[in-house]
Write a protein that binds this ligand. Structure first.
Ligand SMILES: O=C(O)CCC(=O)C(=O)O
Ligand SMILES: [Fe+2]
Length: 316
């Protein structure tokens, strides 16, 4: 007599990211894994010291604004809960990144913040993946997830409606410092990119919209990130942030976008992710080589479509 147990009901499963570093030597295999999983993870892709130098600069800004606990070294991410919570929700919501507009502008002015995304170790990923020259979008985002009571984890979403242009635009997300799971790192829904654009509904958290999930969509991938690790995925992959479980720590990360240079790009991807102008961002830079670099490139612009962020029902 068969003793086979009935199939268990599908439950949320969380698996560890698979490290794709060795596939960088085999473009076809890398492309096949990207097509299958809808994400790639690379352990220790960026030099740790460069990521930590970025962290020190971001934390110095947090300290300047009075939200950092005293008595830590330059890399300590302990936050003064009461100080950050003296900010109003309105002050916080102007940026959507976890700090006020003033502090975010300070971060956007950091030269290293705009140089790190051009690191040869990152460009190698996208040259291998695309088999073509790469456009680095100049619009980089810093996430400074503080324990302000208005902060909620980034809900499940695709980046495409926010970035548009080519669906072959890839997001590169990396923590600026170690990011163990309880600190609230980014997670991806494996294989979700194959569905193309998915409808959205208004939601709390970065972006303001979420993809409603279907009951079968349970295969979340996650990682115990260390400084230097990198996650990347195309703009139809559904992803979300895990909840930060600490009331006294900041989660620092960057998100950056790459695409084949001969694909279309929306003009918004060529503007800063804040109200500053490029000239204001560049004011104190030491080098000129990365100023307006995209203006020398033969880019093809696409038209923005508001329809992608119009709330619609999702049929599962
Ligand atoms: O860091 C986060 O919470 C959100 C990041 C994200 O959605 C992205 O990098 O596209
Ligand atoms: Fe995103």
């Amino acid at each position: 007599m068969s003793t086979a147990a009935p199939a268990p009901a599908k439950s949320i499963s969380k698996s560890q990211f698979v490290d794709s570093t060795e596939l960088l030597a085999d473009p076809a295999a890398l492309q096949a894994r990207a097509a299958e999983d809808g994400y790639l993870f690379f352990k220790q892709r960026l030099p740790k010291d460069e990521v930590l130098a970025m962290r020190a600069e971001m934390l110095a800004i947090v300290e300047k604004h009075g939200w950092r606990q005293p008595g830590q070294d330059a890399l300590g991410g302990l936050i003064d809960y009461d100080a950050i919570n003296r900010l109003t929700e309105e002050e916080m919501h102007r940026t959507d990144v976890g700090v006020t507009a003033d502090a975010y502008h300070d971060v956007q002015k950091i030269e290293r913040f705009h140089r790190l995304p051009h690191h040869p170790r990152l460009l190698e990923i996208y040259r291998t993946l695309f088999g073509r020259e790469v456009l680095v979008h100049p619009r980089h985002i810093a996430r400074m997830v503080t324990p302000h009571t208005c902060m909620v984890p980034t809900p499940p979403h695709q980046d495409f409606p926010y970035i548009q242009g080519s669906a072959q635009t890839w997001t590169c997300w990396f923590p600026v410092g170690d990011c163990p799971k309880p600190l609230g790192g980014l997670m991806v829904l494996r294989g979700s990119h194959t569905q193309g654009y998915l409808p959205v509904q208004p939601a709390r958290g970065a972006g303001g919209f979420a993809v409603p999930l279907c009951p079968s969509e349970t295969e979340w991938m996650e990682g115990e990130y260390e400084a230097g690790d990198v996650l990347t995925f195309p703009s139809h992959t559904v992803h979300k942030a895990a909840r930060c479980q600490f009331k006294d720590r900041i989660r620092l990360s960057m998100d950056v976008r790459y695409q084949p240079i001969d694909e279309v790009v929306d003009n918004s991807s060529l503007n800063p992710h804040c109200t500053l102008k490029w000239d204001e961002i560049y004011a104190n830079w030491q080098s000129d080589d990365l100023k307006y670099y995209w203006r020398k490139l033969p880019l093809k612009l696409s038209a923005w479509d508001d329809g992608y962020l119009k709330p619609r029902q999702r049929i599962c």
